[in-house]
Write a protein that binds this ligand. Structure first.
Ligand code: NDP
Length: 295
């Protein structure tokens, strides 16, 4: 079965690599050299346009920064809709926004095309090992049809509700990630100033009730080590928290902490720039507290 994968970014490329050999893969990327490099390294055909990539593919996967890029690629002579055949399904692995997903799904349905929002969690490491969590929004029958494709790169794959539910859940998850990163950094900054080593503090927290993925993995491996690898852009996390904040507002849930996190990560991105990694937000906490979270 032919699968088209559009968007070979930091997470898209390792996800697409798992499809090679299992399916007849065709890739497209805005910067064509990255698609050529992907094909030379992993295999798969390269298409010159989104339209050519998706032609004859029952399943088309997109993985772009935001829903805006997904919507923009639908139209035009070289766009996705010019190539998709009736009965095919667009699986959007972008961490997008629920309202855009519902709009896209409605347009596609009018053309006899299916849509599933299927954002992923687990980072580049999870993408490389094919163990991503995939949260899917869409109708049950469409979800079941695309499940074998998602199993190539996902380990925990869950149908969470109608179109948009996957994107809503992903946004809430990432808002929690942001709150954990920032609040753990604040607590550690104070402890370091009081003379407690961060490795000692984290050792205790990680055996106690305040632990999280941030305290167990991100802060020890990326902050205390001062490695700060760039795997998931701060700008993308900022986008996710903003989606979560909007979603909570729409649902009329008071959301002081998530709104605050959205603002803090917006300030961090303004300070640190578009290329900064999400965990580098800790550098702002350090700057404000005049302290470095390191032994
Ligand atoms: P990157 O910034 O690394 O890659 C973005 C991809 O989108 C690239 O292929 C880029 O093409 C393409 N792109 C950007 N703008 C356009 C445009 N206007 N038209 C066409 N293509 C465009 O992002 P990631 O791969 O890190 O993230 C992709 C999605 O996955 C995001 O929604 C992110 O939030 C989510 N995600 C990322 C994770 C991570 O750890 N990185 C973890 C979980 C989810 P080009 O090569 O030409 O720049």
């Amino acid at each position: 079965m032919k699968i088209a994968f559009l968007g070979l970014g930091a997470i898209g490329a390792p996800m697409a690599a798992h499809l090679v050999g299992r399916f007849d893969l065709t890739v497209w990327n805005r910067t064509a050299s990255k698609a050529a490099e992907f094909s030379a390294t992993h295999g798969g055909a390269v298409a010159a346009t989104p339209c050519l990539a998706v032609t004859d593919a029952p399943v088309v996967i997109t993985c772009f920064p935001t829903s805006r890029e997904v919507e923009a690629l639908l139209d035009g002579a070289e766009g996705v809709l010019a190539g998709m055949q009736s009965g095919a399904t667009l699986v959007d692995c972008t961490s997008g926004d629920p309202a855009s997903s519902r709009r896209i799904a409605t347009r596609l349905a009018e053309l006899g095309l299916g849509f599933v929002d299927a954002p992923v969690s687990g980072g580049v490491v999870g993408a490389l090992s094919g163990t991503l969590t995939v949260m899917c929004g869409g109708n049950e029958a469409t979800y079941v049809r695309v499940l074998p494709v998602l199993q190539a790169f996902g380990k925990k794959i869950v149908h969470v509700g109608p179109v948009g539910a996957g994107h809503a859940l992903k946004a809430v998850n990432n808002a929690l990630l942001a709150v954990h990163i920032w609040s753990t950094a604040e607590g550690l900054a104070a402890l370091v100033k009081a003379g407690v080593k961060p490795t000692v503090a984290l050792d205790v927290i990680n055996a106690s009730s305040g632990r999280s993925n941030s305290s167990e993995h991100l802060i020890p491996l990326r902050v205390v080590s001062r490695a700060f690898p760039r795997t998931f852009r701060l700008a993308l996390l900022e986008k996710d928290i903003a989606i979560a904040a909007d979603f909570l507002r729409e649902q009329r849930v008071p959301s002081l902490i998530i709104q605050q996190a959205a603002e803090l990560f917006r300030l961090a991105r303004l300070e640190l720039g578009e290329a900064a990694d999400h965990v580098e937000a800790v550098k702002i906490v350090e700057r404000w507290g005049d302290v470095v979270i390191s032994d």
